[in-house]
Design a protein around this ligand. Structure first.
Ligand SMILES: [Zn+2]
Ligand SMILES: [Zn+2]
Length: 302
């Protein structure tokens, strides 16, 4: 990026936001970033006194950025507890998330650390699931198993919220994907609006992935991609590129998609008594959980 001055204070800018037209220096970028995340938390009433928040650290840098941000937010508050969770899926070459760089944002007072693996939870690894099922079925199984880990650990540790580091790009992609696939249920029934389901919160929901990665790099010293998960299908692989190309000409497109998703969810007439959260994975379902049925078959066949 060329040496341009910050739109607010004239120090050197570290980022240019096309959607706002602003150049921001490090200080004003942090202030803008954290204000957006706090606004998302406030407007959705995502955090309340007494919350025990589980943060799932994924392979991208955004998990550590989220933990860093929530630690700053919690500060010296004694009414909030943070639990950092890593899941080792048992994949050759990319098992546990990378250890956070120094200074380690995930250690220190106030954060409980929990590590689990697919092997100990379910008795098999992702490598074995890929061998048994092939792609993309293995990928769908992975998502269900991760959700089962969330639900099991949340119950075991008394978590009241599950914090996900999904970014504007992830959320916009999910809305567009649901529309393209015609999956109205995903838009009408966002997780965590059901009895028995632990609410999911995503403070970075309105922040572009590129800015989440920059925040991670500048705050935790960790460089990398903010991407949460690898694509399962050709459509999932194509979608981010399609969305990025379109956003190149229409900078607010991703915000528009996320806002449509929010509006549709707010119009839905929940709680529909026919819909309940799956007791194993927490996904909304009517006549039994498809994902869990698939996983039960997998565990049976192994
Ligand atoms: Zn500035
Ligand atoms: Zn399920």
């Amino acid at each position: 990026m060329p040496d341009l001055p910050c739109s607010t204070c004239h120090r050197r800018a570290v980022v240019y936001q096309r959607y706002s037209g602003l150049h921001l220096c490090k200080t004003h970028f942090f202030a803008d970033f954290e204000a957006k995340a706090k606004r998302a938390i406030r407007s959705h009433r995502w955090i309340v006194t007494g919350d025990r928040i589980g943060i799932f650290l994924d392979s991208g840098v955004s998990g550590n950025a989220l933990l860093y941000f929530l630690k700053r937010l919690a500060g010296n508050r004694r009414d909030l507890e943070l639990l950092a969770i890593t899941i080792d899926e048992g994949r050759g070459g990319c098992q546990a998330p990378p250890a956070p760089a120094d200074p380690d944002p995930t250690r220190g007072p106030g954060v409980v650390h929990i590590s689990v693996s697919f092997r100990e939870m379910f008795g098999l690894t992702m490598d074995e699931i890929v061998r048994l099922r092939g792609d993309p079925a293995a990928c769908s199984c992975r998502d269900v198993l991760r959700r089962r880990c969330f639900t099991t650990l949340a119950r075991e540790y008394g978590m009241t919220k599950i914090a996900l580091a999904s970014t504007l790009d992830d959320e916009a992609g999910a809305v567009l994907m649901a529309m393209i696939r015609g999956e109205a249920a995903r838009l009408l029934w966002p997780p965590a609006t059901f009895e028995g389901c632990i609410p999911r919160i995503s403070p970075f929901r309105y922040i572009p992935a590129q800015e989440v990665a920059l925040y991670a790099t500048l705050q935790t010293g960790e460089a990398g991609d903010a991407q949460q998960r690898s694509p399962c299908t050709a459509l999932e692989a194509d979608l981010p590129t399609l969305l990025d190309e379109y956003t190149g000409h229409h900078p607010s497109a991703k915000y528009a998609l996320v806002n449509i998703g929010d509006s549709i969810a707010s119009f839905s007439s929940l709680p529909d008594p026919a819909v309940a959260a799956c007791p194993s994975c927490g996904e909304p379902c009517i006549t039994g959980c498809e994902g869990c049925r698939m996983v039960e078959e997998l565990l049976h066949d192994r």
